[in-house]
Design a protein around this ligand. Structure first.
Ligand SMILES: [Zn+2]
Length: 131
């Protein structure tokens, strides 16, 4: 999900203040200022804040966050940090955005509700989708 540098910085600062551990995603190769990995209770968030032209990157920079929960399915993070919001996101369908429903994996790590499962399987799990 695309966000601004300021939004991501505010999210990280709030998460760290709330007990998340922050480490570099790529070890010694890139610092947490541009590629930070946050972890807490099995949740993992990767946060990129790379300015325009960073290491030959995108002209407009790269500012995004991605997340997985303990069941290894991806998560759509709340715009403003709260741990309850992160946990609640495990019950949001990534397809129809319906909140507070049971969700399950489709394809590699997508999270969908029961109503969207058949449609998303047909769309994403085409022959060879796992290759
Ligand atoms: Zn759905």
């Amino acid at each position: 999900m695309s966000r601004t540098n300021e939004q991501i910085t505010a999210w990280i600062d709030a998460a760290v203040a709330d007990g998340w551990e922050v480490t570099p995603i790529y070890g010694d190769h890139e610092g947490i200022a541009t590629a930070a990995k946050l972890t807490r209770d099995g949740y993992v968030v990767n946060a990129f804040r790379r300015p325009p032209g960073f290491k030959g990157g995108a002209p407009r920079g790269e500012y995004n966050m991605s997340a997985w929960c303990p069941d290894r399915i991806s998560l759509t993070l709340p715009d403003v940090y709260s741990f309850d919001g992160v946990v609640a996101a495990t019950r949001v369908c990534s397809c129809c955005k319906k909140p507070d429903v049971p969700t399950q994996r489709v394809a590699f790590a997508n999270r969908v509700c029961a109503d969207c499962l058949a449609k998303e399987r047909a769309r994403l799990e085409t022959p060879g989708w796992y290759n």
